[in-house]
Each structure stands twice: as structure tokens, then as C-alpha cells.
Design a binder for this molecule. Structure first.
Ligand code: NAP
Length: 462
């Protein structure tokens, strides 16, 4: 069924080949040795199945359990395209898109795989009755396709999830504007929650030397997204002195947004839903913190009516905390908060949105937008340049991973459930070939200088 170049595969048993790869990486084998290792015919990965995509029909979102839909199974390693690399995945991470895929909301991802399958010979590999998921990874390059120039076997890498065809003219301004832009491991197959992942060469970035495999695996998607939303000219382009309301400030994208606002000389107004999270945010350096649960905001009276008095109450709370309105709102909960977000942004302010966790049919009072000359701006992941710059900040220990929990590959679905139920802070990592936590550090001196910030979320979790 799957295409494979015979020269790439020496057919040892699957576990022998994977064990040899793992051992070579853990022993720090040179690139030539890693490049000469035999590849397995099949590897293990976390996947959903096309024949189960209706399994949750009729259930409410909160009752859809990823433990029923995410399976750890073997799949044949597909042939490598000329612009791709096989990456031995030491660790990966859960993103909210792992949740969306596993509950088949808002749509089943098999439609994405069908679409890319129609595009080209290489695209066809994606269209399978299973979807190997995951949009983050840290690991080691095992093989590169014939057109890859900047990477070689043995390179220690992290992966950013923008998947784009650079032969399309629409990809040559901001690549996020490319007509065929996709999120790897969500809109494509062979993602990071596996023993070996297939990635385009222009998804690769250097692994931060002072971080472990699992710490390195958690930033690619969320850190790049927050960088674009806060820092980039393609996002809100925050300037020194700006105040930014950050919903879900201790969550996946929120905790990177907090760091960008603080680094850039801004004032975060950090929203969360528990005292534990409020404490964590204060430990990150946030002085203005709002516990939305303790405040008891009820922006919606019922499914169809919002309560502007509650928007006003939030606006007053912000003024009480920082003495003014916010310049930017970092928005992603969607339906539950957008009315309030549009209201509380200052005159001329920006509401930047990348998601709609609580519902995508949004309602807000447009009078507050136009009369006060506010901007509502859509934002999505990041181009390679932005992801690279965001990764460099991690490599230089100017932004830190927000790893709070570590799972193994067999427990991927438990990790996805925790994110689905809003039970975790920061990011959850999944160990794939790394046999335990704490491995992969090459720069112990840089690590030691920032150890408190690197381990902050992990310490709060334990
Ligand atoms: P996460 O780790 O689950 O964090 C989200 C946070 O939002 C939660 O911790 C929660 O914090 C808060 N929240 C959840 N529901 C809320 C509600 N109804 N009202 C107010 N706050 C709410 O998820 P994430 O990784 O940050 O992702 C957040 C969203 O962004 C997801 O929908 C995801 O798919 C999307 N996303 C989009 C992109 C993109 O490129 N477009 C990239 C990354 C993520 P508290 O309960 O503490 O307030």
C-alpha cells in the first residue's frame, strides 16, 4: 500500500531497528553512524481511525473521550519525499489540535487528508484510513531526502508545524498566506506523536542545547503562535508600555504570551480560573491577575443573550488593577469571551484572535468596535521566519518552555483528556524514544542559570 525506497530499508525487526536508533542517539553517536542505521519497516504512533470518526455522534463535546479514539498502533514508514526528513522523535507534545482531532471536532481531520491526497504524488501518501497525529517534536534527523541541503543525519532538532509547498507563488510573501498552508500532524499525516515522524526540511529548527528532550518538544506550536500574535508585524506588534489582556494566561499559548509581553516591556493582565494558576502567574512576573472563576463573570445570561453589565464589570476590574484600559486583547476562548474582549479593548485597541475553544459562532456589539475604532484581527500559527525567531529566543533562554507534565506514548490519550478538560497548566510532553525524563542536555551551564524559570511549571504541578 505504501511506497518505500528499498535502499532505505534494511528490514531488521521493528523493535531491533528502533532500539538501535534509540541507543545510538542516547550514546551520542556521530551523524554518519546515525545516517547508516537501518530504518524499521513500521513504527508506533498515536492515531485516530477513519472508521471511528462517527463514534461520538450525538455526544456533547465534554463527553467525547480521547481515550476511546486515540490508539497507539504500528504504521508502515512512508517513502520520503525529496524535501523531507525522517526524524527520530525523542519527545512530542499535546496541543489543543490533538484534542480537536481526537473528538472529531469541529470536523473530522480525514477530510484534510483526502484533500492533500488529491494534490500530488507525495500528497497521496497522507490519505489513509488512519491519521498519525501530533504537531510538535524534538529529536534527531535520521535521513534526508535528495533535495535537503541544510540538515543532515545526526542533527538535533525541534519541529515547527507549518507545512507549505514552496513551489506555490502564494507562499512567497508571508508563507502563512500560502493557499496550501497546513498544520503538520493535524491537516497532514505522519505527525510527531510517533517513534519516527516525516517532516519537510523547512519545518526543522535547532534543538535548544540547555533543555531536555521533553522541554524542547513543547514550544514549537504554542510559542510560535504567541510570537506572531504579540510580537510580529503580522500580529498585534505590541510595543513597550502596552497593556495586554491575556485569556487563559497559564495555558498553552497564554503562558508564552505572558513571557512576550513581559520581555517586550508591556503589562500583562493575566486571566485564569483558579488560585493555583493565579499564584503561578504571579511567579512568572504578572502583577495584574484576574481569577475569572473567583470573580464569577457571567458574560452570557443564556445560550443567546449576553450581559453587557458583566463586560463593564470586567473593564472596571482591569482599570482597578492597572489604572487604564488594555491596548491589546489576546483572544482565543471565542464565543464565551469575545463580547467582553471587544468591549474592554481601549479606543483604537486591537483584539487579536487565533481560536474559538468555546464556540466559533461569535457575537459582539459592533458599535463598540466601530465607534471606538478598534481592530479585530485574525491570526494563525506562524511562518518559518517567525517560528525560527521564536525558537531562537528559547535557545537563548530568553523565553522558557512551560512544561508541567510528562507522559509516555502509551498514555497520549490521557494527556489529551487532561487538556480537553482544562485540568493542566502550560504544556504536556509525551516521551517517545526518550526512555526517561531529563536527557538530551548539552549546555548545562546555560541551563543552570535559568533552572528556576525552566522548571517553574513542573514544580507547580508536583
Ligand atoms: P489550553 O492549554 O487548553 O489553554 C487554554 C486556556 O484558555 C485554559 O487554560 C483556560 O484557562 C482558558 N479557557 C478555556 N476555556 C475558556 C473559556 N470558556 N473562557 C475563558 N477562558 C477559557 O489551550 P491552548 O493550547 O492555549 O490553545 C487555546 C486555543 O487556541 C485552542 O482552541 C487551540 O486550538 C487554539 N490554538 C490556535 C492556534 C493557531 O495557530 N490558530 C495555535 C495554538 C492554539 P483558565 O481556565 O485558567 O482561564
Amino acid at each position: 500500500m505504501l511506497f518505500r525506497m528499498d535502499s532505505q530499508i534494511a528490514c531488521p525487526t521493528m523493535s531491533t531497528a528502533i532500539d538501535n536508533i534509540r541507543t545510538a542517539i542516547l550514546q551520542g553517536a556521530p551523524g554518519e553512524e546515525i545516517g547508516a542505521l537501518a530504518l524499521p519497516e513500521a513504527v508506533r504512533g498515536a492515531m485516530v481511525r477513519a472508521d471511528e470518526q462517527e463514534m461520538f455522534a450525538g455526544l456533547a463535546s465534554e463527553d467525547k473521550d480521547p481515550r476511546r479514539s486515540v490508539h497507539i498502533d504500528e504504521f508502515p514508514l512512508p517513502e520520503l519525499a525529496p524535501d523531507e526528513a525522517y526524524v527520530a522523535v525523542m519527545a512530542s507534545a499535546i496541543n489543543f489540535n490533538t484534542v480537536w482531532t481526537s473528538i472529531f471536532e469541529p470536523v473530522s481531520t480525514f477530510g484534510f487528508l483526502k484533500r492533500i491526497g488529491k494534490e500530488s504524488y507525495w500528497g497521496k501518501r497522507n490519505d489513509l484510513p488512519y491519521h498519525v497525529i501530533g504537531s510538535d517534536a524534538s529529536g534527531v534527523v535520521l535521513r534526508t531526502g535528495s533535495a535537503v541541503r541544510n540538515w543532515k543525519p545526526g542533527d538535533r532538532v525541534t519541529v515547527q508545524c507549518q507545512h507549505v509547498d514552496d513551489q506555490d507563488p502564494s507562499a512567497h510573501d508571508d508563507t502563512m498566506m500560502a493557499a496550501n498552508q497546513r498544520i503538520w500532524g493535524f491537516e497532514t499525516n505522519f505527525g510527531g506523536l510517533a517513534e519516527i515522524a516525516v517532516v519537510k526540511a523547512n519545518q526543522l529548527m535547532p534543538k535548544p542545547e540547555h533543555l531536555t528532550w521533553e522541554e524542547s518538544a513543547v514550544s514549537g506550536l504554542c510559542n510560535s503562535t504567541s510570537y506572531r500574535m504579540i510580537v510580529s508585524r503580522n500580529g498585534s506588534q505590541m510595543k513597550q508600555g502596552d497593556a495586554v489582556l491575556i485569556w487563559g494566561a497559564s495555558g498553552g499559548i497564554g503562558a508564552y504570551a505572558v513571557q512576550y509581553v513581559l520581555n517586550g516591556g508591556g503589562t500583562p493582565v493575566a486571566v485564569c480560573s483558579s488560585e493555583k494558576r493565579a499564584e503561578l502567574l504571579r511567579a512568572m512576573g504578572c502583577e495584574a491577575v484576574i481569577d475569572r472563576r473567583a470573580e464569577g463573570y457571567r458574560f452570557w445570561n443564556d445560550d443567546n443573550t449576553q450581559d453587557p453589565k458583566e463586560w463593564l464589570r470586567l473593564g472596571k476590574k482591569i482599570r482597578d488593577l492597572i489604572g487604564r484600559d488594555v491596548d491589546i486583547v489576546f483572544e482565543h476562548p471565542g464565543r464565551s469571551t469575545m463580547g467582553a474582549s471587544v468591549f474592554v479593548a481601549k479606543r483604537g485597541g486591537t483584539i487579536i484572535t487565533c481560536a474559538a475553544t468555546s464556540g466559533f459562532m461569535i457575537e459582539y456589539d459592533n458599535r463598540y468596535l466601530w465607534m471606538n475604532l478598534k481592530t479585530l484581527k485574525g491570526c494563525h500559527f506562524a511562518n518559518y521566519r517567525e517560528a525560527w525567531d521564536a525558537n531562537r529566543l528559547i535557545c537563548e533562554a530568553k523565553v522558557h518552555p512551560t512544561l508541567s507534565r510528562v507522559y509516555d506514548l502509551d498514555h497520549t490519550a490521557d494527556a489529551a483528556l487532561a487538556v480537553h478538560r482544562n485540568e493542566s497548566e502550560g504544556k504536556l510532553a509525551v516521551l517517545s524514544l526518550a526512555p526517561e525524563e531529563g536527557l538530551g542536555v548539552l549546555n548545562a551551564e546555560l541551563r543552570e542559570r535559568h533552572i528556576d524559570q525552566i522548571t517553574l511549571f513542573r514544580r507547580f504541578e508536583s
